[in-house]
Ligand binder design. Sequence first.
Ligand SMILES: NC(=O)c1ccc[n+]([C@@H]2O[C@H](COP(=O)([O-])OP(=O)(O)OC[C@H]3O[C@@H](n4cnc5c(N)ncnc54)[C@H](OP(=O)(O)O)[C@@H]3O)[C@@H](O)[C@H]2O)c1
Length: 230
Amino acid sequence: MGDRPYVLLSCSMSIDGYVDGVTDERLLLSNDADFDRVDAVRAGCDAILVGARTVRRDNPRLLVRSPVRQAGRVARGLPPSPIKVTVTGRAQLDPSANFFALGDSEKIVYCASAAVDEAEARLGKVATVVDAGQPVDLRCLTEDLHDRGVRRLMVEGGGTMHTQFLTADLADELHLVVAPFFVGDSRASRFVSDGRFPWNPDRRATLADVCQIGDVVLLRYALSERFCTD
Ligand SMILES: NC(=O)c1ccc[n+]([C@@H]2O[C@H](COP(=O)([O-])OP(=O)(O)OC[C@H]3O[C@@H](n4cnc5c(N)ncnc54)[C@H](OP(=O)(O)O)[C@@H]3O)[C@@H](O)[C@H]2O)c1
């Protein structure tokens, strides 16, 4: 088995475990102080990964916002923001989406073999397209990122990605923020979907830290022996 980066999962959810609402409007689950904390976590990573549906639905920028943190990265010989990574089976991604259009760092698309030609045609000018198997295997993906120099990977959702990283036992740390409200609609996306998770009533995860940030709470879980507090 090859080396893989340290993998940190980051998610904010409602009290009832939803990560989004059901309207087209983006649901803000964090507050300003927590968005700034997430910015600091981003700045400490080599790459940020989101699933293709998050790219399509949220159109995230996935950049380090703070000029001070950007400058700190540049002083360390890094690009101002981490590499952006996404995963797709169908390659139905828009090259003008913020994910591709914003920021100078590399963008990598791990694409299922069947859609690689489509991905190259659509995204080849704005991203590195990698044939990642059918379907994309996340362990291989993490090993490939390690080969590309990524030592610390932040996974920012959505639920499909979190579920796969957790059930494959590829996560070292989880940052789970709970916002003080309910969504109350099962059509909305959840933090994770069904699966066999390594942490269960007989093998409880380690709660490493609890921190109140204004009206939200951050739960920090250590999920592997590699967990580190840096
Ligand atoms: N609150 C938060 O912290 C947070 C953060 C991020 C996202 N979200 C929310 O999460 C929701 C999106 O989550 P989601 O679970 O529906 O989608 P997702 O995890 O963002 O993306 C799922 C997509 O990723 C691709 N994919 C995933 N695993 C794959 C594999 N092994 N092989 C090939 N392709 C694979 C597929 O793309 P294709 O369809 O292109 O084939 C799949 O449809 C949105 O509502 C968003 O707002 C919330």
